[in-house]
Design a protein around this ligand. Structure first.
Ligand code: FMN
Length: 198
């Protein structure tokens, strides 16, 4: 699949089939993630893949009630009821998704004076590569920050040390619904040729 086509149809897949995803495909999307750029090619990223039914159930049981409590609190702007319904469904059914990938990384760049902002600058491009590669393989993902609802508990559950930050939590599986073209602002609204205003 053409990479631009994969990007323009990489819609958030919040309804996933429980059917397993072969390990080689999980490794393939993580391979794509690790082709991303990072500051100084530091590559300070780690990927935790959770497939164990018990662990997924624990994560779901931590997330679902907290998400229910908070849903809509930070909503606004372009958030639609459909999005909220989808995110709620994903949170409630997290134990049924075949795998959850946590994109994490330590505050380690630059080595002589590490800054937290560099963690995000490595983890987000990697996560974006991952979701686009998944789309190209027909796999559905959603870029989520669900981990924010339960970070301390997740650290204990997954054995993630304090110095390692959570970037993105990505449920992955075969989509129940068709991918659709994503709706984004028109180019003319976001391109500034030469300077901010004419
Ligand atoms: C940093 C970031 C955090 C996000 N967090 C969540 C989330 O916690 N839950 C969720 O369902 N979607 C999450 N999303 C997905 C966006 O809501 C989604 O991409 C957006 O609504 C546009 O939908 P589309 O990509 O299907 O066009 C997140 C996306 C980004 C980039």
């Amino acid at each position: 699949m053409d990479v631009i086509e994969a990007m323009e149809t990489c819609s958030a897949a919040r309804y996933l089939k429980p059917d397993p995803v072969p390990q080689e495909l999980i490794e393939r999307v993580i391979y794509a993630a690790t082709r991303a750029s990072s500051p100084g090619n530091s590559q300070e990223w780690d990927f935790i893949v959770v497939r164990s039914p018990e662990t997924k159930q624990k994560i779901r049981d931590l997330l679902a009630p907290r998400f229910r409590e908070r849903v809509g609190v930070s909503a606004g702007g372009r958030v639609t009821n459909r999005m909220i319904a989808g995110a709620t469904h994903l949170a409630e059914t997290l134990h049924e998704v075949p795998a959850i990938i946590f994109v994490c990384g330590p505050v380690a760049y630059p080595p002589n004076a590490p800054l937290e902002q560099f963690v995000w600058s490595a983890l987000y491009p990697a996560a974006q590569n991952l979701i686009v590669a998944a789309r190209a393989l027909g796999l559905g993902t959603t870029f989520t920050t669900f981990h924010m609802f339960m970070e301390n508990e997740l650290r204990d559950l997954l054995g993630i040390p304090r110095e390692v930050k959570f970037g993105v939590m990505i449920p992955i599986g075969w989509p129940q619904k068709e991918f659709v073209k994503v709706k984004r602002k028109p180019l003319a609204e976001v391109i500034h040729w030469e300077k901010w205003r004419d």
